[in-house]
Write a protein that binds this ligand. Structure first.
Ligand code: IYR
Length: 233
């Protein structure tokens, strides 16, 4: 077993490389695995009703480190995950998010937008921000700060952080927990409350926890394979 994971470092173009470790499956195994994975992820739902049941920091750490395995432009890993269980900080976030949402729902959002959201039952009340045991706020690092405070470029930041968030959401679901992609807009208040440096901008806010007992979710349908794909064979 040990040898399988032993790192044999070789140089390619002057940079260290290691042999790829990857598992191979038979066609039958692959079909079973992809089907099971689809079935697991297709059970994921955005949930707005949380239980206040605690989730350990160990779990949140594993979820974040999983998200951190995402690919990123030039491997710059331009993300920062702020995990908040402090009641006081959650309270501040809720108050500020609800204030922005009041402007959104009462004036910034178009009639059409409000109509599109109606089936989801969203409104300006964001009590889940206080009920969920954790809030993860994902920041994108628009540039990197070097040791002399020099600015170093990051690449494909939105794509990279978006992928990491997708992986985080999948990991949360896999853990048996629920989340919701909440995007109060504008989100600058999060930088202030969490005292983030100038190179970090809020990207996505995810309350994380157990679903409330008897939580209801909208009866949504997902687009079929035929609708979402085109094959060129
Ligand atoms: N940010 C608002 C509105 C909202 C917008 C979309 I697009 C959604 O899919 C859901 C909500 C809110 O969180 O209520």
């Amino acid at each position: 077993m040990e040898e399988k994971f032993a790192k044999k470092v070789v140089e390619v173009n002057g940079f260290p490389h290691i042999p790829l470790y990857s598992e191979e499956f038979t066609e039958a195994e692959m079909l079973a695995r992809t089907g099971k994975f689809y079935s697991e992820l297709s059970a994921r739902r955005s949930v707005r009703h949380f239980s206040d049941r605690p989730v350990s920091k160990d779990i949140i750490e594993q979820l974040i480190i999983t998200a951190g395995t995402a690919p990123s432009g030039a491997h710059k890993q331009p993300w920062k995950f702020c995990a908040i269980s402090s009641e006081e900080i959650k309270r501040q976030i809720r108050i500020a998010a609800e204030e922005e949402e009041r402007s959104n729902y009462n004036s910034r959002m178009s009639e059409q937008w409000l109509k599109d959201l109606a089936p989801l039952g969203t409104d300006t009340n964001k009590e889940f921000l206080q009920i969920a045991p954790w809030i993860i706020v994902v920041f994108k690092q628009v540039y990197e700060l070097g040791p002399e405070k020099d600015k170093r470029t990051n690449y494909y930041v939105n794509e990279s952080v978006g992928i990491a968030c997708g992986m985080l959401i999948a990991a949360i679901h896999h853990a048996g927990l629920v989340t919701l992609t909440h995007t109060p807009s504008p989100m600058n208040f999060l930088s202030k409350i969490l005292e983030r440096p100038e190179n970090e901008r809020p990207f996505l806010l995810l309350p994380v926890g157990y679903a409330a007992k008897n939580a209801l979710v909208p009866d949504l349908q997902r687009k079929s394979l035929e609708k979402i794909s085109v094959f060129y064979e």
